[in-house]
Design a protein around this ligand. Sequence first.
Ligand SMILES: [Cu+2]
Length: 136
Amino acid sequence: MGALVILGGIFYRSFLLPESAVPVISGKTHEITITAKKDQWRFEPEIIEINRGDKVIATVINEDEYDHGIAIDAFGISQRMPAKSTIQFEFVATQEGDFPFYCSVPCGEGKVDGVKRTHFDMISKLHVRSINSSTE
Ligand SMILES: [Cu+2]
C-alpha cells in the first residue's frame, strides 16, 4: 500500500506537474562568490545567471564592519552575515525565472559618491534560465 502511494507520487511528479514545475537536477555545479562591498550597500555581482537544475555553492563575503544578511526567498535561503565574515550556503535552482537576492538584516545607510544608498538598495538578481529554451 505504501509503495502504491509512493509510485503515485512519482507518477504525479513526473507526468502531471506542468513541465516548468518538475524538479530537475542538471548535475552542474556553479561556485559563485558574492560580495557585500564595503560601505556601498550593494552586492556584487548584480546579476547571476545559471540554468534550471544547476546546483549553486555560494560564498558570500561581508566586507563591512557591521552585519548584513542574504535571502533568496524562492530557494528558502536566509542567512545572517556577521561583520567582516564569509559564509557559505548551497541550493539547487529548481525553478526558472528571475529571483531577487537581497539583504535581510537592516544595515543602515550612507552616501556613495554623493548618492544616498540604504539597506533597501541591497538587491541583486538571480536569473535561472529555462532548460528547454535556447533563446534565453
Ligand atoms: Cu545589508
